[in-house]
Design a protein around this ligand. Structure first.
Ligand code: NAD
Length: 266
């Protein structure tokens, strides 16, 4: 499978390039960067710390889709929405790891999925996807006398909060309880907040250092507490999951899929 990487000079871009080069059955089709990036023209593999592959970083996403079977996108939401249109127009599959997508960006993915195979997951690690399943299950068993709080910590460079994974965990908990996350999410607390509202799902965001991604879901009842925690040791777990998703798209019908579909957890 020929795999292209949009955003190939990013932190995840580098990981993805190295993962593709190391995975049997995959070939690196090339990579793009944002217009005006000083990485344009450099060797895609060399800037990722691998041996030069003779592929220059480009700025024309359509040209990359042309030579790829699947494109992996860990960029920024506005670019991801444009890449989804290209995937649909050109009949290529697209793996989306970008987080911070709003309703318009998600609509762009949904409409593109009429014509293209799209896999989107806020977290591509196997462990986190197991945690999503457990969170839904535990929330379904415990009533709302167990308060749900989701705590996440990431490296100092992360630009969106709460993390896409924290929100996905919140959505899984809400699904387990049969409620709509938008109606019960408490994303920040500051000042005189008053007592906690029963049934709310709270979020707390920590930032610092080089932490790849820690998430804990707390179910706090009277006299007892359950905590489910996942810690990503390094970012290679996300790249491995994304490449696994890319390989999984072979022969699939157009549609919008999740990592739980890829891992057979649904
Ligand atoms: P980063 O800033 O290091 O990399 C993003 C790259 O995208 C940059 O190099 C940027 O120049 C490039 N880019 C921006 N617009 C572009 C465009 N139009 N065309 C091509 N390239 C473009 O960020 P990062 O740490 O690699 O994270 C990227 C995204 O992936 C974030 O949203 C992050 O939250 C998400 N992420 C998801 C997972 C997951 O498992 N789903 C894991 C880690 C990070």
């Amino acid at each position: 499978m020929k795999i292209g990487i949009v955003g190939c000079a990013g932190r995840m871009g580098h990981m993805l390039v190295r993962e593709i080069l190391a995975t049997d059955g995959c070939a690196l089709a090339g990579g793009t960067e944002a217009l005006g990036s000083d990485m344009i023209g450099r060797d895609v593999a060399e800037i990722a710390g691998a041996e030069a592959a003779g592929l220059a970083v480009g700025e024309d996403a359509a040209a990359l889709f042309q030579v790829s079977d699947t494109v992996i996108d860990f960029t920024i939401p506005v670019a991801t929405a444009r890449h989804a249109v290209l995937a649909a127009d050109m009949g290529r599959s697209l793996i989306v790891g970008t987080t911070g997508l709003d309703a318009d960006h998600l609509d762009a993915l949904a409409s593109a999925s009429d014509k293209a195979v799209i896999v989107q997951a806020a977290n591509m690690s196997v462990g986190v996807n197991v945690l999503l399943g457990l969170t839904e299950q535990v929330a379904g068993v415990l009533g709302d006398d167990y308060d749900i709080e989701i705590v996440e910590m990431h490296h100092r460079h992360k630009v969106d909060a709460p993390s896409g994974t924290a929100l996905a965990l919140g959505a899984a908990a809400a699904e387990g309880r049969g409620v709509d996350l938008d109606k019960v999410a408490q994303r920040v607390r500051d000042g005189h907040t008053g007592p906690r509202t029963t049934g709310n799902i709270g979020f707390a965001t920590l930032r610092g250092g080089d932490i790849a991604g820690d998430h804990t879901v707390i179910f706090a009842g009277d006299g007892e507490r359950i905590e489910l925690t996942h810690k990503a040791g390094d970012r290679s777990v996300f790249a491995r999951g994304a490449v696994r998703a890319a390989l999984w798209t072979q022969g699939k019908a157009p549609g919008l899929y999740s990592m739980r579909d890829v891992l057979g957890l649904n």
